[in-house]
Write a protein that binds this ligand. Structure first.
Ligand SMILES: C[S@@+](CC[C@H](N)C(=O)[O-])C[C@H]1O[C@@H](n2cnc3c(N)ncnc32)[C@H](O)[C@@H]1O
Length: 419
C-alpha cells in the first residue's frame, strides 16, 4: 500500500517543461519520468502551490506502449529520483511518440495563449539516429562541492556523476574528462566543433567581494563551425545551435520561411538576437550580394565575430545592443527615409527561451515591416508573442517545428508572420 506522501496516479496529459499531468484530490499534479496513459506510484514532493502539486515518479504500475528503456541509464526511473541525471526528460519515450507529445505541447500553447487552432508536424532532422542520441555538440557539466562533474538532477543542485553522455556526439564523449575532479570550478563546458576539434572549458566559480559577486573574466577560445560551404568564427563559450544538424536545418528553414514576394534585399532587413550572424548569412546566401541587413546582438564578442562572418555582404553590419533598446530607438528616431526602408524589411527574430516579449513586439510592429520570421525554442513564449503580433496586425502565416533536441522536451519552431 502507498504510504505517507506516496500516491498512485493516472497520467493524462503532457505539460510544457518535460513534466506530465495527473489529478489528485481535485488538484493538478506535475510528474516527470512518466507519460500519458500510464499509472504510476509517485511521491508528492511539493505542496506549496494552491493550484498544483509536484511529485516524483517512483514506479510504473501500468506502462504505456510507447515506454522504452531510458536511452541514458543515469536518468532511468530505476534510480532514486534525486540521483537521476537531468537533461534527457523524454529518453524513456519512443522517439516517434516524443515528437507527437511535442506536437501536442505546441498545439495546446497556440490554442491557450494565441487562440489559434493550428496543427503542426514536428519534423525529424536529416540524418537523425534511430534513438535520437549522438547529437549534442555542446554540454555543460556542473561541478559539485567535491569537484565531481556531472549534470544536475532535475529541479535540484545535486550533481549526478555520470560515465557517458548518450545525447552527445562521439567527440564530446571522447573529450569529456569523466571521473576527473575540478575543485573550485563552477562548471565545465565540453564543445565539439563540426571541424573536429574538442574543447574542455573550465568555468571558475564567481568570487564574493563584500556584497558583490564577481565573475572571473574568461579568455575567448576562438573556434570555427561550418554550415554547408560557409565557415563561421565564434568563441567556444558563445552561442551556437546545439544539435549537429541544427545550424543547417535552421538555415534552410529560415530561407524557405521568407516569402520572396515580400522580400526586398535593399530594405533595412534585421536579424534580431543575431549571435554570430548565422541567420543573416542564411538570407545572404538565398538573396545574394546586394543584401542589406543589420544583425543585433547583446554579446560584444559575438557581434565582433558576426561582423567578420558577414564581411562578404557590403550591406551587412553587426551591432552590439540589447534588442529591446535597439528596436525602441528605431521606432522613436528613424527618419522618413529609414522608415520607408523598414516598412519594406524582413525581420528575423531568434530570441532566447523567454521570447521577445511585449515591448519588442510592439516596437517591431510599429515599424510595420513586410514580414517577420520568428525562430523559437520555447513554444509557450512563441504562442504568447504570436498573440501579441496578431493583435498588432501580424497574423501567423506558416509554422514548422523541428525536433532539434531529441530525448528532451525541447522543440524548435519557425513561424512566418505578415499582414
Ligand atoms: C537563440 S540565440 C540565437 C543566435 C543566432 N540567431 C543563431 O541562430 O546562432 C539568441 C541570441 O540572443 C542573444 N541575446 C539574448 N538576449 C538578448 C537581448 N535582450 N538583446 C540582444 N541579444 C540578446 C544571445 O546572446 C544569443 O546570442
Amino acid at each position: 500500500m502507498p504510504q505517507n506522501d506516496e500516491v498512485d496516479l493516472d497520467i493524462t496529459n503532457v505539460a510544457h517543461g518535460g513534466v506530465f499531468v495527473a489529478r489528485h484530490e481535485g488538484r493538478v499534479v506535475f510528474v516527470p519520468d512518466t507519460m500519458p496513459g500510464e499509472r504510476i506510484r509517485a511521491r508528492i514532493t511539493d505542496r506549496t502551490h494552491d493550484s498544483f502539486w509536484r511529485a516524483d515518479a517512483l514506479e510504473v504500475l501500468d506502462a504505456a506502449p510507447e515506454r522504452q528503456e531510458h536511452v541514458w541509464s543515469a536518468a532511468s526511473i530505476d534510480r532514486e529520483p534525486g540521483s537521476r541525471a537531468g537533461g534527457a526528460e523524454f529518453g524513456h519515450i519512443r522517439l516517434e511518440h516524443q515528437r507527437e507529445l511535442k506536437r501536442q505541447v505546441i498545439v495546446d500553447a497556440l490554442q491557450r495563449m494565441a487562440k489559434l487552432d493550428r496543427d503542426v508536424f514536428v519534423e525529424a532532422v536529416e540524418g537523425e539516429t534511430a534513438d535520437g542520441t549522438g547529437w549534442r555538440t555542446r554540454v555543460r557539466l556542473q561541478v559539485g562541492r567535491d569537484g565531481t562533474i556531472g549534470p544536475f538532477a532535475p529541479r535540484s543542485h545535486t550533481v549526478v556523476p555520470v560515465t557517458d553522455l548518450p545525447l552527445a556526439t562521439e567527440l564530446v564523449n571522447e573529450s569529456t574528462p569523466f571521473g576527473q575532479t575540478f575543485p573550485g570550478a563552477e562548471s565545465i563546458d565540453v564543445v565539439a566543433t563540426g571541424t573536429g576539434a574538442g574543447h574542455v572549458l573550465v568555468n571558475e566559480a564567481p568570487v564574493k567581494r563584500g556584497r558583490r559577486t564577481i565573475r572571473p573574466r574568461q579568455r575567448p577560445v576562438p573556434i570555427r563551425e561550418v554550415v554547408g560551404d560557409r565557415e563561421f568564427r565564434l568563441d567556444a563559450r558563445g552561442f551556437w545551435q546545439v544539435h549537429r544538424q541544427a545550424a543547417a536545418t535552421l538555415t534552410q528553414a529560415v530561407q524557405s520561411a521568407v516569402d520572396e514576394a515580400l522580400f526586398d534585399p535593399r530594405a533595412a532587413n534585421l536579424d534580431l538576437y543575431g549571435g554570430v550572424g548565422l541567420l543573416a548569412a542564411a538570407l545572404g546566401d538565398r538573396f545574394g550580394s546586394t543584401l542589406r541587413i543589420t544583425s543585433v546582438e547583446s554579446d560584444e564578442g559575438a557581434t565582433d565575430n558576426a561582423a567578420e562572418n558577414l564581411a562578404e555582404w557590403l550591406g551587412a553590419s553587426a551591432v552590439t545592443e540589447r534588442v529591446e533598446r535597439y528596436v525602441r530607438t528605431l521606432a522613436a528616431e528613424s527618419s522618413a527615409v529609414e522608415r520607408a526602408r523598414l516598412r519594406a524589411a524582413t525581420v528575423i527574430l531568434d530570441p532566447p527561451r523567454s521570447g521577445a516579449g511585449r515591448q519588442v513586439v510592439e516596437a517591431i510592429a510599429s515599424l510595420a515591416p513586410a514580414q517577420i520570421v520568428y525562430v523559437a525554442c520555447d513554444p509557450v513564449a512563441l504562442a504568447r508573442d504570436l498573440a501579441l503580433f496578431a493583435e498588432r496586425g501580424y497574423p501567423l502565416r506558416t509554422l514548422r517545428a523541428f525536433d532539434l533536441f531529441p530525448n528532451t522536451h525541447h522543440v524548435e519552431a519557425v513561424a512566418t508572420l505578415a499582414p
